[in-house]
Design a binder for this molecule. Sequence first.
Ligand SMILES: O=C(O)CCC(=O)C(=O)O
Ligand SMILES: [Fe+2]
Length: 217
Amino acid sequence: MTLDLFDSVGGTEPREEDLGPGARVLRGFALPHDAALLSALQGITDASPFRHMETPGGFRMSVAMTSCGAWGWVTDRTGYRYAEVDPVPERPWPTMPMAFLQLAQSAAARAGFADFVPDSCLVNRYDTGAKMSLHQDKDERDFSAPIVSVSLGLPAVFLFGGEGRADKPLRVRLIHGDVVVWGGPARLRYHGVMPLKPGHHPQLGAHRINLTFRKAR
Ligand SMILES: O=C(O)CCC(=O)C(=O)O
Ligand SMILES: [Fe+2]
């Protein structure tokens, strides 16, 4: 019998998967830090609670969102943008916790992006059925910085497409602790999330939480 890198026997499955130049999945990268991330998240949502925002076209987003860091991402009838003030409590967004910043920086470095200094972390909460349509992250001013995306809670199917909306996306199952990093030639690739299947996660119950770190300005 021959074993190669892709045999799962004996725990030899690859822990990192390239999704093309500039894009990589780091399996389990956030796992050693999950308790610290979740306790820091509680502080964020106490100050800036999750809310379902409205798209410019008038649709209520199925994903509930909040942010931390100097800039938070918001959408309403006037458009998508980064804002320094959370419009719900009308206060600046919570500071980015050190545990968040360190994880984002080490994941970026691991994927080949040294010196990533995010100034924004968008926090997405998916309940059963919540999804995110294919989109590009392009409200940031500086596309030289990557996106670092951390999955916690229930598993989800992440869609990772090409530079055109019609390019057939890869389907990548992401579980608690997985991190995806895309930047450089992959920075503007379309991506999205399939509707969340019902389930129960020991730490997050019926939810999936996703943290996306960005350099907004
Ligand atoms: O939830 C995810 O895995 C992706 C989230 C995302 O693409 C975004 O917040 O822009
Ligand atoms: Fe995105």
